[in-house]
Design a protein around this ligand. Structure first.
Ligand SMILES: [Zn+2]
Length: 442
């Protein structure tokens, strides 16, 4: 006789992300943090200590937000109109301007927002990772974090000067490796540490080789910005004769542990390189579209590159990111095609992200044996009725703020749309205060 379930969810529609993707009136049984029962409610089901009956709801796997800088909520409403990343732009506060306490307050806001809109895993990188990693992890979601690693002197980049300093690189690399020693696998494995190599133009080729060697020795994922700007491509081509992707290949970084974020300026040869290496492209549809440029996602997908999805410096709503990913692919294709449908962007937000972070066996779909990372959407709201096609409705009219519950490892982290482990009002007040102080100093 099986031990009783810790939790049984009934009455909702489940979008599993697996081949038999939709279960009407599903019964989802959770024990010891894992899904142990997933079937239509009419089938026999083990006893449960607690049952939640959720009619009018839609349950999906948790979203993997594969590239985020939670601290950058400080440039919310501004960054999208700068034409480039804040780090490269004069006159706006930088992560380096924040104290660890300010970074902590800002990161908690960025992360709680991602959690409230259904992200169960965020890859978060920036300065002050030592302070922000724990602040994010306290909310309960999975965080794969890292220091922003580069050997350029970032204080001069906004003035158009790329000056490399080996001491800067050594310091940031040491901080990353210390973070890895201290945190990788902590909090029941919810914390992992990635090598957040900033970008091919802010890391010198020699430093890229060092990063590749250190990451390889520890089996670390490398999360980088790739082909993010024309400036990056021009600088690298002038200095090395290579494209940014070719430079990563040449320095040993292009492999199946690489998460290449943006991929805006990649050509056919670069796309073939990414596919050959088994690297993952992390798509930032909303940031990129707002900046007036689209990543060639149809070509990347056709070449077989795994696509993940993220919100980067924009607000952390992965439902909206799915919608933008679908629209921006179709704009490039000139119409609606069979290979860009709601299921494709849903996969990017879930299993594609899980593959990118190396956890496809554990998360990314709802399946017996996988970790119970899931999201409950309240579909009783007028914009989600009638629910003729749940997946199409979620992708085309859903919002992150339709999320009612979020579970990680079967633990409820969001209930009634509010974080369980933190005081939301307090998070907002502290982040507001930190942002005001930063802007005043900038
Ligand atoms: Zn970024």
């Amino acid at each position: 006789m099986n031990a009783p379930l810790d939790l049984l969810l009934t009455g909702a529609i489940a979008l599993t992300g697996e081949a038999n993707s939709l279960i009407d009136d599903a019964a989802i049984g959770i024990r010891d943090g894992r899904i142990v029962h997933l079937a239509p409610a009419c089938e026999p089901c083990p006893e449960a200590r607690r049952t939640l009956h959720l009619p009018g709801r839609l349950i999906t796997p948790g979203f993997v937000n594969a590239h985020l800088h939670a601290v950058l909520v400080m440039v919310r409403g501004v960054a999208a109109d700068l034409g480039f990343a804040p780090s490269y732009t004069p006159g706006v506060p930088k992560g380096t301007d924040a104290t660890p306490e300010e970074a902590r307050a800002l990161a908690r806001l960025g992360a709680v927002e991602a959690l409230l809109s259904g992200s169960t895993l965020v890859c978060d990188h920036f300065v002050h990772a030592e302070a922000t990693l724990d602040a994010i992890a306290e909310l309960g979601l999975r965080v794969h974090a890292g220091w922003r690693v580069h050997d350029v002197d970032f204080s001069r980049v906004a003035q158009g000067e790329w000056r490399f300093d080996a001491a800067i690189g050594e310091d940031l690399l040491r901080r990353t490796l210390d973070l890895h020693d201290r945190w990788h696998g902590a909090r029941d494995g919810r914390i992992q540490v990635q090598m957040a190599a900033h970008a091919p133009d802010t890391c010198s080729p020699g430093f890229l080789r060092t990063i590749a060697a250190e990451a390889s020795a520890r089996g670390m994922r490398v999360n980088t910005h790739l082909a993010q700007s024309r400036v990056e491509v021009e600088r690298i081509t002038a200095a090395t004769g290579l494209s940014p992707a070719a430079l990563l290949e040449e320095t040993g970084l292009l492999n199946d542990r690489l998460l290449a974020t943006h991929c805006l300026y990649v050509d056919e040869a670069d796309i073939a390189r990414l596919a050959r290496a088994g690297a993952h492209a992390v798509h930032v549809p909303k940031c990129n579209a707002a900046s007036g440029r689209l990543a060639p996602t149809p070509a990347l997908k056709a070449a077989g590159v795994n696509l993940a999805l993220c919100t980067d410096t924009q607000h952390g709503d992965m439902v909206e990111a799915m919608r933008w990913a679908l629209a921006t692919a179709r704009i490039q294709q000139g119409g609606v095609t069979a290979d860009w449908q709601p299921a494709d962007v849903f996969r990017m937000a879930t299993l594609g992200g899980a593959r990118a972070v190396g956890m496809a066996d554990e998360i990314g779909t709802l399946a017996v044996g996988k970790k119970a990372d899931l999201v409950v959407f309240d579909t009783r709201r007028p914009h989600l009725r009638p629910l003729v096609n749940p997946l199409g409705t979620l992708v085309h009219t859903g919002q992150g703020r339709d999320v009612e519950m979020v579970l990680v490892d079967g633990e409820t982290l969001v209930e009634d749309g509010r974080p369980v482990r933190a005081d939301l009002e307090q998070i907002c007040i502290e982040a507001d205060k930190a942002a005001r102080a930063l802007w005043a100093r900038a």
